[in-house]
Design a protein around this ligand. Structure first.
Ligand SMILES: [Zn+2]
Length: 176
């Protein structure tokens, strides 16, 4: 006869679940779900995260795939006044033309219009405690920057597409 039933260690599971560093359930997240979501993406040129990591430089990956922002005034294209087309550096999709580029002096290349059609995608972004409009490449979903309106720059649209240089690749002389 088992006279002693095991006492229920009620407090142990709760204490065991409390980690020392505040980060919990790391094991559950190791595999990640990025790859599966990429293959199910609505973007026609979406690729698995591992392929983006391989094909992009760390800075490109940080901005394009993690929606980072290059430091103002550090990009290659803010002061570029050459005629040409700006394409997505991740997938090559043509996004902007030099005709709509203007000098905003904000620290990043600025355009008042994107290429016609569905070259870009605009998504409401509420990160950083603000409501902004994120600009993505419509072909691969990579982050380009943000678009702002009503700033009074005197452009035909009163829009400012504020785009990271590192998100784009410039091809001179191919506009028209
Ligand atoms: Zn793209």
């Amino acid at each position: 006869m088992l006279g002693f039933s095991r006492s229920q260690p009620r407090t142990v599971p709760a204490e065991a679940r409390t980690t020392t560093n505040g980060t919990t359930t790391d094991a559950d997240d190791v595999a990640g779900t990025d790859d599966t979501t990429a293959t199910q993406s609505r973007y026609p040129r979406a690729r698995p995260d591992a392929e983006w990591r391989e094909s992009l430089t760390p800075q490109e990956y940080q901005v394009l795939r993690l929606a980072g922002t290059e430091r103002p005034g550090t990009g290659d294209y803010e002061e570029n006044h050459d005629v040409g087309v700006y394409s997505c550096r991740a997938c090559g999709n043509e996004l902007f033309r030099s005709e709509t580029k203007f000098d905003s002096h904000c620290g990043w290349p600025s355009f008042y219009s994107a290429l016609a059609g569905d070259a870009i995608e605009e998504i409401t972004d509420t990160s950083m405690g603000m409501s902004r409009t994120e600009v993505r490449c419509a072909a691969c979903g990579s982050h380009m920057g943000h678009v702002f309106s009503g700033e009074g720059y005197g452009t035909p649209t009163d829009l400012r597409y504020c785009i990271n240089s590192v998100s784009m690749r410039f091809q001179p002389g191919t506009t028209g």
